[in-house]
Design a protein around this ligand. Structure first.
Ligand code: AMP
Ligand code: MG
Length: 482
Protein backbone atom coordinates (compact mmCIF):
# COMPACT_ATOMS: atom_id res chain seq x y z
CA UNK A 1 0.00 0.00 0.00
CA UNK A 2 1.55 3.32 -0.96
CA UNK A 3 0.92 6.45 1.04
CA UNK A 4 3.03 8.52 -1.30
CA UNK A 5 5.96 9.46 0.91
CA UNK A 6 8.80 10.72 -1.16
CA UNK A 7 11.77 11.38 1.07
CA UNK A 8 14.93 13.11 -0.03
CA UNK A 9 16.78 13.95 3.16
CA UNK A 10 19.33 16.64 2.48
CA UNK A 11 19.83 18.04 6.00
CA UNK A 12 20.75 14.65 7.41
CA UNK A 13 23.59 14.50 4.87
CA UNK A 14 25.28 17.57 6.36
CA UNK A 15 28.20 16.96 8.69
CA UNK A 16 27.73 15.78 12.27
CA UNK A 17 27.93 19.19 13.89
CA UNK A 18 24.53 20.07 12.36
CA UNK A 19 22.59 17.21 13.91
CA UNK A 20 22.39 13.98 15.85
CA UNK A 21 21.08 10.87 14.08
CA UNK A 22 18.38 9.52 16.33
CA UNK A 23 15.11 7.65 16.10
CA UNK A 24 11.92 8.67 17.90
CA UNK A 25 11.59 6.73 21.16
CA UNK A 26 8.64 4.32 20.72
CA UNK A 27 5.56 4.94 22.85
CA UNK A 28 3.18 2.63 24.73
CA UNK A 29 -0.13 2.77 22.97
CA UNK A 30 -0.43 5.43 20.29
CA UNK A 31 -3.89 6.75 19.50
CA UNK A 32 -4.62 9.17 16.70
CA UNK A 33 -6.53 12.17 18.02
CA UNK A 34 -6.62 14.49 15.07
CA UNK A 35 -5.48 14.20 11.49
CA UNK A 36 -5.31 16.90 8.83
CA UNK A 37 -6.66 15.23 5.72
CA UNK A 38 -6.58 18.42 3.68
CA UNK A 39 -2.92 18.97 4.44
CA UNK A 40 -2.14 15.33 3.71
CA UNK A 41 -3.72 15.71 0.33
CA UNK A 42 -1.83 18.97 -0.34
CA UNK A 43 1.31 16.96 0.38
CA UNK A 44 0.14 14.28 -2.08
CA UNK A 45 -0.15 11.77 0.74
CA UNK A 46 -3.02 9.31 0.75
CA UNK A 47 -3.98 7.63 4.02
CA UNK A 48 -7.48 6.63 2.92
CA UNK A 49 -6.60 2.95 2.72
CA UNK A 50 -4.72 2.86 6.01
CA UNK A 51 -6.58 2.07 9.20
CA UNK A 52 -6.50 4.36 12.20
CA UNK A 53 -4.33 1.97 14.15
CA UNK A 54 -1.67 2.05 11.50
CA UNK A 55 -1.83 5.85 11.17
CA UNK A 56 -1.38 6.07 14.95
CA UNK A 57 1.74 3.93 14.70
CA UNK A 58 3.16 6.12 11.94
CA UNK A 59 2.54 9.47 13.63
CA UNK A 60 3.84 8.34 16.99
CA UNK A 61 7.13 7.32 15.43
CA UNK A 62 6.59 3.68 16.39
CA UNK A 63 6.82 2.76 12.70
CA UNK A 64 8.88 5.06 10.55
CA UNK A 65 8.01 5.33 6.86
CA UNK A 66 10.42 3.95 4.28
CA UNK A 67 12.98 6.50 3.23
CA UNK A 68 12.93 8.43 6.48
CA UNK A 69 16.23 9.15 8.18
CA UNK A 70 15.52 10.80 11.45
CA UNK A 71 17.69 13.42 13.12
CA UNK A 72 17.58 15.98 15.90
CA UNK A 73 18.82 19.35 14.67
CA UNK A 74 21.38 21.43 16.52
CA UNK A 75 20.69 25.10 17.17
CA UNK A 76 21.30 27.83 19.69
CA UNK A 77 19.33 30.94 20.51
CA UNK A 78 18.80 34.06 22.53
CA UNK A 79 16.05 33.24 24.99
CA UNK A 80 14.70 36.48 26.47
CA UNK A 81 17.97 38.06 25.42
CA UNK A 82 20.32 35.40 26.84
CA UNK A 83 22.40 33.22 24.54
CA UNK A 84 22.02 29.46 25.10
CA UNK A 85 22.88 26.22 23.30
CA UNK A 86 19.61 24.46 22.50
CA UNK A 87 18.74 21.99 19.71
CA UNK A 88 15.80 19.64 19.19
CA UNK A 89 15.41 18.42 22.78
CA UNK A 90 12.01 16.90 22.18
CA UNK A 91 11.68 16.68 18.43
CA UNK A 92 13.03 14.70 15.53
CA UNK A 93 12.97 15.53 11.87
CA UNK A 94 11.96 12.25 10.25
CA UNK A 95 12.78 13.46 6.77
CA UNK A 96 12.14 15.89 3.95
CA UNK A 97 9.15 14.96 1.85
CA UNK A 98 8.93 16.18 -1.74
CA UNK A 99 5.54 16.77 -3.36
CA UNK A 100 4.61 16.20 -7.00
CA UNK A 101 5.16 19.90 -7.68
CA UNK A 102 8.65 19.50 -6.26
CA UNK A 103 8.04 21.44 -3.05
CA UNK A 104 10.05 20.17 -0.14
CA UNK A 105 8.70 19.90 3.42
CA UNK A 106 10.26 18.91 6.71
CA UNK A 107 8.19 16.32 8.54
CA UNK A 108 8.94 16.67 12.23
CA UNK A 109 7.64 14.88 15.32
CA UNK A 110 7.41 17.08 18.38
CA UNK A 111 7.31 15.24 21.71
CA UNK A 112 9.10 12.18 20.38
CA UNK A 113 11.51 11.51 23.23
CA UNK A 114 14.96 12.43 24.47
CA UNK A 115 17.80 13.45 22.19
CA UNK A 116 21.36 14.64 22.73
CA UNK A 117 19.88 18.14 23.13
CA UNK A 118 17.32 17.34 25.83
CA UNK A 119 19.37 18.79 28.70
CA UNK A 120 17.17 18.11 31.75
CA UNK A 121 13.94 17.63 29.81
CA UNK A 122 12.08 14.38 29.24
CA UNK A 123 11.77 14.89 25.49
CA UNK A 124 8.03 14.59 25.70
CA UNK A 125 5.09 16.91 25.13
CA UNK A 126 1.63 17.17 26.64
CA UNK A 127 -1.63 16.78 24.76
CA UNK A 128 -3.01 20.28 25.49
CA UNK A 129 -0.07 22.29 24.09
CA UNK A 130 0.25 20.02 21.03
CA UNK A 131 -3.44 20.44 20.19
CA UNK A 132 -3.09 24.16 20.84
CA UNK A 133 -0.24 24.36 18.31
CA UNK A 134 -2.37 22.37 15.87
CA UNK A 135 -5.33 24.76 16.18
CA UNK A 136 -3.38 28.01 16.04
CA UNK A 137 -0.99 27.03 13.27
CA UNK A 138 -3.91 25.92 11.12
CA UNK A 139 -5.76 29.14 12.02
CA UNK A 140 -2.72 31.14 10.87
CA UNK A 141 -2.75 29.23 7.61
CA UNK A 142 -6.42 30.09 7.20
CA UNK A 143 -5.54 33.74 7.81
CA UNK A 144 -3.02 33.55 4.91
CA UNK A 145 -0.06 34.08 7.22
CA UNK A 146 3.14 32.11 6.56
CA UNK A 147 3.35 29.33 9.12
CA UNK A 148 4.45 25.81 9.87
CA UNK A 149 1.50 23.41 9.57
CA UNK A 150 0.14 20.57 11.65
CA UNK A 151 -0.55 17.16 10.17
CA UNK A 152 -1.48 15.02 13.16
CA UNK A 153 -1.64 14.70 16.91
CA UNK A 154 -1.31 11.29 18.50
CA UNK A 155 -1.73 10.49 22.18
CA UNK A 156 1.12 8.33 23.41
CA UNK A 157 -0.81 6.45 26.07
CA UNK A 158 1.90 7.52 28.51
CA UNK A 159 1.61 10.16 31.17
CA UNK A 160 4.15 12.89 31.63
CA UNK A 161 4.99 14.79 34.75
CA UNK A 162 4.78 18.57 34.78
CA UNK A 163 3.20 20.54 37.64
CA UNK A 164 0.52 17.89 37.41
CA UNK A 165 0.39 14.57 35.58
CA UNK A 166 -0.60 15.09 31.96
CA UNK A 167 -1.38 12.92 28.93
CA UNK A 168 1.59 12.64 26.57
CA UNK A 169 1.20 13.46 22.87
CA UNK A 170 3.18 13.88 19.66
CA UNK A 171 2.51 16.56 17.07
CA UNK A 172 3.56 16.12 13.44
CA UNK A 173 4.77 19.49 12.28
CA UNK A 174 5.25 20.32 8.60
CA UNK A 175 7.54 23.19 7.66
CA UNK A 176 9.30 24.44 4.57
CA UNK A 177 12.34 23.89 6.80
CA UNK A 178 13.30 24.13 10.46
CA UNK A 179 16.34 26.31 9.89
CA UNK A 180 16.23 29.07 12.47
CA UNK A 181 18.16 32.24 13.18
CA UNK A 182 19.39 30.11 16.07
CA UNK A 183 20.76 27.51 13.64
CA UNK A 184 23.05 30.18 12.21
CA UNK A 185 23.95 31.28 15.74
CA UNK A 186 24.92 27.73 16.67
CA UNK A 187 27.19 27.28 13.67
CA UNK A 188 28.61 30.81 13.90
CA UNK A 189 29.50 30.30 17.58
CA UNK A 190 31.82 27.44 16.57
CA UNK A 191 33.85 29.87 14.47
CA UNK A 192 34.47 27.55 11.57
CA UNK A 193 33.81 29.60 8.49
CA UNK A 194 33.53 26.54 6.24
CA UNK A 195 30.57 25.20 8.22
CA UNK A 196 28.94 28.61 8.12
CA UNK A 197 29.37 28.71 4.37
CA UNK A 198 27.77 25.25 4.12
CA UNK A 199 24.74 26.50 6.06
CA UNK A 200 24.55 29.64 3.93
CA UNK A 201 24.66 27.61 0.70
CA UNK A 202 22.13 25.13 2.03
CA UNK A 203 19.72 27.90 3.06
CA UNK A 204 20.01 29.70 -0.26
CA UNK A 205 19.56 26.49 -2.19
CA UNK A 206 16.47 25.59 -0.19
CA UNK A 207 14.77 28.95 0.31
CA UNK A 208 16.34 31.66 -1.80
CA UNK A 209 17.64 30.17 -5.07
CA UNK A 210 17.21 33.60 -6.69
CA UNK A 211 20.45 34.79 -5.05
CA UNK A 212 22.52 31.73 -5.95
CA UNK A 213 24.68 33.69 -8.36
CA UNK A 214 24.77 36.98 -6.51
CA UNK A 215 28.05 38.72 -5.66
CA UNK A 216 27.32 39.00 -1.98
CA UNK A 217 25.07 36.11 -1.04
CA UNK A 218 25.29 36.69 2.72
CA UNK A 219 24.24 40.34 2.46
CA UNK A 220 21.48 39.47 0.00
CA UNK A 221 20.22 36.74 2.31
CA UNK A 222 20.09 39.26 5.14
CA UNK A 223 18.08 41.65 2.97
CA UNK A 224 15.66 38.92 1.93
CA UNK A 225 15.11 37.75 5.49
CA UNK A 226 14.51 41.32 6.65
CA UNK A 227 11.88 41.59 3.94
CA UNK A 228 10.16 38.31 4.87
CA UNK A 229 10.24 38.80 8.62
CA UNK A 230 9.02 42.36 8.19
CA UNK A 231 6.05 41.08 6.16
CA UNK A 232 5.45 38.40 8.76
CA UNK A 233 5.34 40.70 11.76
CA UNK A 234 3.09 43.15 9.88
CA UNK A 235 0.73 40.23 9.28
CA UNK A 236 0.80 39.37 12.99
CA UNK A 237 -0.01 42.99 13.86
CA UNK A 238 -2.84 42.96 11.31
CA UNK A 239 -4.73 40.16 13.06
CA UNK A 240 -3.65 40.88 16.64
CA UNK A 241 -1.43 37.80 16.98
CA UNK A 242 1.03 37.80 19.86
CA UNK A 243 3.72 35.14 19.45
CA UNK A 244 4.76 35.33 23.07
CA UNK A 245 8.24 33.84 22.83
CA UNK A 246 10.14 35.47 19.99
CA UNK A 247 13.49 34.01 20.95
CA UNK A 248 15.95 33.77 18.06
CA UNK A 249 15.55 29.98 18.02
CA UNK A 250 11.87 30.54 17.33
CA UNK A 251 12.48 32.63 14.19
CA UNK A 252 12.78 30.74 10.90
CA UNK A 253 14.90 31.77 7.93
CA UNK A 254 12.01 30.75 5.68
CA UNK A 255 9.84 33.51 7.18
CA UNK A 256 7.23 31.09 8.54
CA UNK A 257 5.73 31.54 11.99
CA UNK A 258 7.03 28.75 14.22
CA UNK A 259 6.63 27.44 17.77
CA UNK A 260 3.17 28.07 19.04
CA UNK A 261 3.84 27.95 22.76
CA UNK A 262 2.36 30.79 24.76
CA UNK A 263 0.97 32.65 21.75
CA UNK A 264 -2.56 34.08 21.72
CA UNK A 265 -4.70 36.61 19.91
CA UNK A 266 -5.50 40.00 21.42
CA UNK A 267 -9.17 40.73 22.10
CA UNK A 268 -9.35 44.23 23.62
CA UNK A 269 -6.98 46.57 21.81
CA UNK A 270 -4.05 47.33 24.07
CA UNK A 271 -0.58 47.64 22.52
CA UNK A 272 1.04 46.40 25.74
CA UNK A 273 -0.86 43.12 25.76
CA UNK A 274 1.17 40.16 27.02
CA UNK A 275 -0.34 36.73 27.68
CA UNK A 276 2.70 34.63 28.50
CA UNK A 277 3.16 33.90 32.19
CA UNK A 278 6.95 33.95 31.85
CA UNK A 279 7.17 37.28 29.98
CA UNK A 280 7.38 39.39 33.12
CA UNK A 281 8.83 42.49 31.48
CA UNK A 282 6.65 42.48 28.39
CA UNK A 283 9.64 41.91 26.10
CA UNK A 284 7.34 40.15 23.63
CA UNK A 285 4.26 42.36 24.08
CA UNK A 286 2.11 43.09 21.00
CA UNK A 287 3.67 46.50 20.36
CA UNK A 288 7.21 45.21 20.87
CA UNK A 289 7.03 42.55 18.18
CA UNK A 290 8.50 44.71 15.39
CA UNK A 291 11.28 45.92 17.71
CA UNK A 292 12.15 42.34 18.63
CA UNK A 293 11.99 41.23 15.01
CA UNK A 294 14.67 43.79 14.25
CA UNK A 295 16.69 42.74 17.30
CA UNK A 296 16.58 39.10 16.19
CA UNK A 297 17.56 40.07 12.64
CA UNK A 298 20.55 41.93 14.06
CA UNK A 299 21.64 38.68 15.76
CA UNK A 300 21.27 36.98 12.38
CA UNK A 301 23.37 39.69 10.74
CA UNK A 302 26.13 39.15 13.32
CA UNK A 303 26.39 35.51 12.28
CA UNK A 304 26.85 36.50 8.66
CA UNK A 305 29.64 39.06 9.21
CA UNK A 306 32.53 36.73 8.23
CA UNK A 307 30.71 35.90 4.99
CA UNK A 308 29.74 39.46 4.08
CA UNK A 309 33.29 40.73 3.68
CA UNK A 310 36.82 39.63 4.59
CA UNK A 311 37.39 43.07 6.02
CA UNK A 312 35.50 42.85 9.30
CA UNK A 313 34.95 46.58 9.71
CA UNK A 314 33.59 46.84 6.23
CA UNK A 315 31.30 43.85 6.82
CA UNK A 316 29.98 45.32 10.08
CA UNK A 317 29.29 48.62 8.36
CA UNK A 318 27.38 46.92 5.54
CA UNK A 319 25.39 44.70 7.91
CA UNK A 320 24.52 47.63 10.18
CA UNK A 321 23.27 49.73 7.28
CA UNK A 322 21.18 46.82 6.08
CA UNK A 323 19.68 46.18 9.51
CA UNK A 324 18.91 49.85 9.93
CA UNK A 325 16.71 49.72 6.85
CA UNK A 326 14.21 47.78 8.96
CA UNK A 327 12.32 50.67 10.58
CA UNK A 328 11.53 52.48 7.36
CA UNK A 329 10.47 49.25 5.70
CA UNK A 330 8.30 48.29 8.65
CA UNK A 331 6.67 51.71 8.91
CA UNK A 332 5.78 51.67 5.21
CA UNK A 333 4.42 48.13 5.28
CA UNK A 334 2.51 48.74 8.50
CA UNK A 335 0.89 51.88 7.10
CA UNK A 336 -0.14 50.03 3.95
CA UNK A 337 -1.51 47.15 5.99
CA UNK A 338 -3.61 49.57 8.08
CA UNK A 339 -4.79 51.31 4.91
CA UNK A 340 -5.92 47.92 3.61
CA UNK A 341 -7.78 47.23 6.85
CA UNK A 342 -9.57 50.53 6.43
CA UNK A 343 -10.24 50.08 2.71
CA UNK A 344 -8.09 53.06 1.74
CA UNK A 345 -6.52 53.28 -1.67
CA UNK A 346 -3.63 55.59 -2.53
CA UNK A 347 -1.75 57.73 -0.03
CA UNK A 348 -2.80 60.78 1.90
CA UNK A 349 -0.66 62.92 4.21
CA UNK A 350 -3.20 62.59 6.98
CA UNK A 351 -3.52 58.79 6.85
CA UNK A 352 -1.24 58.32 9.79
CA UNK A 353 -3.37 60.55 12.02
CA UNK A 354 -6.52 58.83 10.86
CA UNK A 355 -5.09 55.42 11.72
CA UNK A 356 -3.54 56.43 15.04
CA UNK A 357 -6.71 58.22 16.14
CA UNK A 358 -8.71 55.06 15.58
CA UNK A 359 -6.21 52.97 17.54
CA UNK A 360 -6.15 55.51 20.37
CA UNK A 361 -9.94 55.45 20.52
CA UNK A 362 -9.95 51.64 20.60
CA UNK A 363 -7.39 51.66 23.39
CA UNK A 364 -9.30 54.23 25.46
CA UNK A 365 -12.62 52.50 25.04
CA UNK A 366 -11.19 49.00 25.46
CA UNK A 367 -12.73 48.06 22.13
CA UNK A 368 -12.26 44.63 20.63
CA UNK A 369 -9.59 44.86 17.90
CA UNK A 370 -11.13 42.34 15.48
CA UNK A 371 -14.73 43.36 16.02
CA UNK A 372 -14.05 47.08 15.54
CA UNK A 373 -13.00 46.37 11.98
CA UNK A 374 -16.07 44.15 11.59
CA UNK A 375 -18.17 47.12 12.63
CA UNK A 376 -16.46 49.27 10.00
CA UNK A 377 -17.44 46.63 7.45
CA UNK A 378 -21.08 47.10 8.59
CA UNK A 379 -21.23 43.73 10.28
CA UNK A 380 -23.16 43.31 13.46
CA UNK A 381 -21.14 42.76 16.61
CA UNK A 382 -21.99 42.26 20.23
CA UNK A 383 -20.66 45.65 21.29
CA UNK A 384 -22.77 47.74 18.91
CA UNK A 385 -23.57 50.31 21.64
CA UNK A 386 -19.84 51.16 21.83
CA UNK A 387 -19.79 52.08 18.18
CA UNK A 388 -22.51 54.71 18.63
CA UNK A 389 -20.16 56.71 20.77
CA UNK A 390 -19.70 60.31 19.53
CA UNK A 391 -15.91 60.26 19.10
CA UNK A 392 -16.14 57.10 17.07
CA UNK A 393 -18.91 58.53 14.87
CA UNK A 394 -16.85 61.71 14.34
CA UNK A 395 -13.86 59.60 13.39
CA UNK A 396 -16.03 57.66 10.95
CA UNK A 397 -16.96 60.90 9.14
CA UNK A 398 -13.26 61.64 8.59
CA UNK A 399 -12.69 58.06 7.44
CA UNK A 400 -15.58 58.17 4.98
CA UNK A 401 -14.33 61.47 3.56
CA UNK A 402 -10.92 59.92 3.04
CA UNK A 403 -12.51 56.97 1.21
CA UNK A 404 -14.38 59.41 -1.07
CA UNK A 405 -11.16 61.26 -1.82
CA UNK A 406 -9.72 58.10 -3.38
CA UNK A 407 -12.63 58.08 -5.84
CA UNK A 408 -13.07 54.36 -5.46
CA UNK A 409 -16.39 52.55 -5.36
CA UNK A 410 -17.56 51.48 -1.94
CA UNK A 411 -17.63 47.87 -3.17
CA UNK A 412 -13.97 48.06 -4.05
CA UNK A 413 -13.10 49.47 -0.61
CA UNK A 414 -15.22 46.84 1.12
CA UNK A 415 -13.54 44.08 -0.83
CA UNK A 416 -10.13 45.33 0.25
CA UNK A 417 -11.31 45.40 3.87
CA UNK A 418 -12.84 41.94 3.62
CA UNK A 419 -9.58 40.48 2.42
CA UNK A 420 -7.66 41.97 5.31
CA UNK A 421 -9.98 41.87 8.31
CA UNK A 422 -10.79 38.43 9.69
CA UNK A 423 -14.35 37.99 10.93
CA UNK A 424 -13.14 35.39 13.34
CA UNK A 425 -9.88 34.70 15.18
CA UNK A 426 -9.01 31.90 17.61
CA UNK A 427 -10.68 33.35 20.70
CA UNK A 428 -8.85 32.35 23.85
CA UNK A 429 -11.86 31.06 25.77
CA UNK A 430 -12.98 29.03 22.74
CA UNK A 431 -9.58 27.37 22.47
CA UNK A 432 -9.49 26.61 26.17
CA UNK A 433 -12.95 25.09 25.95
CA UNK A 434 -11.98 22.93 22.95
CA UNK A 435 -8.79 21.75 24.65
CA UNK A 436 -10.56 20.87 27.86
CA UNK A 437 -13.12 18.83 25.96
CA UNK A 438 -10.36 17.06 24.00
CA UNK A 439 -8.59 16.15 27.24
CA UNK A 440 -11.81 14.36 28.14
CA UNK A 441 -12.08 12.57 24.79
CA UNK A 442 -14.69 14.93 23.33
CA UNK A 443 -13.33 16.13 20.00
CA UNK A 444 -16.45 17.91 18.76
CA UNK A 445 -15.47 21.43 19.90
CA UNK A 446 -11.96 21.18 18.47
CA UNK A 447 -13.28 20.00 15.13
CA UNK A 448 -15.85 22.81 15.10
CA UNK A 449 -13.29 25.49 15.85
CA UNK A 450 -10.92 24.12 13.19
CA UNK A 451 -13.69 24.15 10.62
CA UNK A 452 -14.66 27.79 11.33
CA UNK A 453 -11.03 28.99 11.41
CA UNK A 454 -10.33 27.58 7.99
CA UNK A 455 -12.18 30.46 6.36
CA UNK A 456 -11.83 33.41 8.70
CA UNK A 457 -12.60 36.03 6.06
CA UNK A 458 -15.92 34.45 5.04
CA UNK A 459 -19.37 34.67 6.59
CA UNK A 460 -20.26 31.17 7.78
CA UNK A 461 -23.17 29.53 9.49
CA UNK A 462 -22.62 29.38 13.24
CA UNK A 463 -19.78 31.92 13.19
CA UNK A 464 -21.36 34.39 15.67
CA UNK A 465 -20.54 32.35 18.71
CA UNK A 466 -16.88 32.28 17.69
CA UNK A 467 -16.69 36.05 17.19
CA UNK A 468 -17.42 37.06 20.75
CA UNK A 469 -14.59 37.81 23.14
CA UNK A 470 -14.75 36.18 26.54
CA UNK A 471 -17.13 37.81 29.01
CA UNK A 472 -14.81 37.00 31.87
CA UNK A 473 -12.76 39.84 33.38
CA UNK A 474 -10.02 37.47 34.43
CA UNK A 475 -6.70 38.19 32.69
CA UNK A 476 -5.93 35.41 30.23
CA UNK A 477 -2.55 33.72 30.79
CA UNK A 478 -0.65 31.31 28.60
CA UNK A 479 2.15 28.88 29.39
CA UNK A 480 5.07 27.57 27.39
CA UNK A 481 3.87 24.00 27.53
CA UNK A 482 7.38 22.53 27.55
P1 AMP B 1 10.67 25.85 23.03
O1 AMP B 1 10.25 26.55 24.26
O2 AMP B 1 9.68 24.80 22.56
O3 AMP B 1 11.06 26.79 21.94
O4 AMP B 1 11.96 25.03 23.41
C1 AMP B 1 13.16 25.61 23.83
C2 AMP B 1 14.20 24.55 23.99
O5 AMP B 1 13.87 23.65 25.04
C3 AMP B 1 14.42 23.67 22.77
O6 AMP B 1 15.77 23.33 22.70
C4 AMP B 1 13.57 22.46 23.09
O7 AMP B 1 13.98 21.33 22.38
C5 AMP B 1 13.81 22.31 24.57
N1 AMP B 1 12.70 21.59 25.23
C6 AMP B 1 11.45 22.04 25.44
N2 AMP B 1 10.72 21.11 26.07
C7 AMP B 1 11.51 20.03 26.27
C8 AMP B 1 11.33 18.75 26.88
N3 AMP B 1 10.17 18.37 27.42
N4 AMP B 1 12.39 17.92 26.89
C9 AMP B 1 13.56 18.28 26.35
N5 AMP B 1 13.79 19.46 25.78
C10 AMP B 1 12.79 20.35 25.74
MG1 MG C 1 11.44 26.60 20.06
Amino acid sequence: MTIGWHFNNTYSKLSDIFKEEIKPIPVNSPELIIFNERLASELNLDFSKIDKNQISKIFSGNELPDGSNSIAQAYAGHQFGHFTMLGDGRAVLIGEHTTKSNDKYDIQFKGSGKTAFSRNGDGRAALGPMLREYIISEAMYGLNIPTTRSLAVVKTGESIQRETTLQGAILTRVASSHIRVGTFQYIASRQKINDLKVLLDYTIDRHYPEIKDSNNQALDLLNLLIERQCNLVVDWMRVGFIHGVMNTDNMTVSGETIDYGPCAFMDTYDPKTVFSSIDQTGRYAYCNQPVITKWNLARFAECLIPLIDKDQNKAIKMATETINSFEKKYEEKWMNMMRDKLGLFGLDDKDKFLILDLLTWMHEKKADYTNTFCNLMDLETDEDHLYNEKNFLDWKVRWKNRILKGNNSSEKCKKLMKNNNPLVIPRNHKIEHALEAAENNNLKPINEILEILQKPYTEQKGIRDFQLPSKSNKKYQTYCGT
